[in-house]
Design a protein around this ligand. Structure first.
Ligand code: Q0Z
Length: 287
């Protein structure tokens, strides 16, 4: 990393640096979180898998919406991005009813103002994907909001544009992934505006950290689904009687190896590219 990179932000598992010329450097670490706690054990190459996947999706959705990606660095885990004026909402699209959507539906019959059919079960597929914006929480969980509240935050016209774009992105990627054996239950986007006020997709796109990936061959509505990537970690943690507060447990090497293999499997299934080829030359995901 050049000396000119000033650290400007930390996520749970990523770091953000400022470069010259209104560029940012986004670096994905190998850290993993479960039950909202970052574990002391890393998953080797997890950051490269997520960076490669995100770059792949940016390349494959550039006709749908412009994105912030400027360059993928040779380390495979860092990307140079255009600095945007980020919108103050999380843009979530749900194709299946789970997580906070399932929780809100059980309590009220609706999610972010979308009144859904009666009798839906945990993990049911929705008749059509729904846009369910949330506020960005500095700490704790994002709060689901309805379109009226979202419109107060970004304006009605911009909200309509963001919703249509987010649904189009989800529809494209979820169909693509389902053909390769992975269900994308839901996904979170962050959009920003460029210097001309044009809508641009930022952050990461369709990674297992920003989306719920489910193995299609194990899908069965009416119960929670196993996570494509993190299920070994969750299952192991459940054997410990850990109270799910920080600090989390160290992971044994077989859990690390199994989890790494699942990340690599997701990468290879979705991109059709061997992960070794990505490590040899990350640019392969952009072609
Ligand atoms: C993304 C985040 C991370 C901590 C700000 N293109 C952009 N322009 C302006 N801001 C952002 C981006 Cl991507 C931006 N985040 C999320 C990422 C570490 C926070 F790697 N925050």
């Amino acid at each position: 990393m050049p000396e000119s990179a000033v650290h400007v932000g930390s996520g749970k598992v990523r770091e953000l640096y400022e470069l010259v010329d209104d560029r940012l450097l986004l670096v994905a670490s190998d850290r993993i979180s479960t039950f909202d706690v970052v574990l002391p054990t890393e998953i080797p190459d997890k950051g490269r898998v997520l960076t490669g996947l995100s770059a792949f999706w940016f390349a494959h959705t550039r006709e749908l919406v412009p994105n912030h990606l400027l360059a993928l660095r040779p380390d495979g885990r860092s990307t140079e991005c255009r600095r945007l004026e980020m919108l103050p909402i999380e843009c979530v699209v749900r194709g299946y009813l789970t997580g906070s959507g399932w929780k809100d539906y059980r309590a009220t019959g609706a999610v972010c103002g979308h009144v859904l059919a009666d009798g839906l079960r945990d993990s049911d597929q929705l008749r059509e994907p729904i846009f369910t914006p949330a506020t960005k929480a500095e700490e704790g969980h994002d709060e689901n909001i309805d379109r009226e509240r979202a419109a107060e935050l970004v304006g009605q016209e911009r909200l309509d544009e963001v919703e249509q774009t987010a649904i189009a992105l989800y529809t494209f990627a979820s169909e693509y992934a389902a053909e390769r054996g992975i269900l994308i239950a839901d996904t979170k986007f962050e959009f920003g505006l460029d210097s001309e006020g044009l809508l641009v997709l930022g952050d990461e796109a369709f990674t297992p950290d920003s989306s719920r990936f489910w193995p299609a061959d194990e899908y069965e509505a009416g119960r929670p689904q196993p996570s494509f990537d993190k299920q070994f970690v969750r299952d192991y943690c459940e054997t410990l009687g850990w109270d799910k507060t920080d600090p989390g447990p160290e992971l044994p090497e077989e859990v690390v190896a199994g989890t790494r293999a699942r990340y690599v499997e997701a990468f290879e299934r979705l991109t059709g590219i061997s992960f070794d080829d990505y490590l040899a030359d990350p640019q392969v995901v952009l072609r």
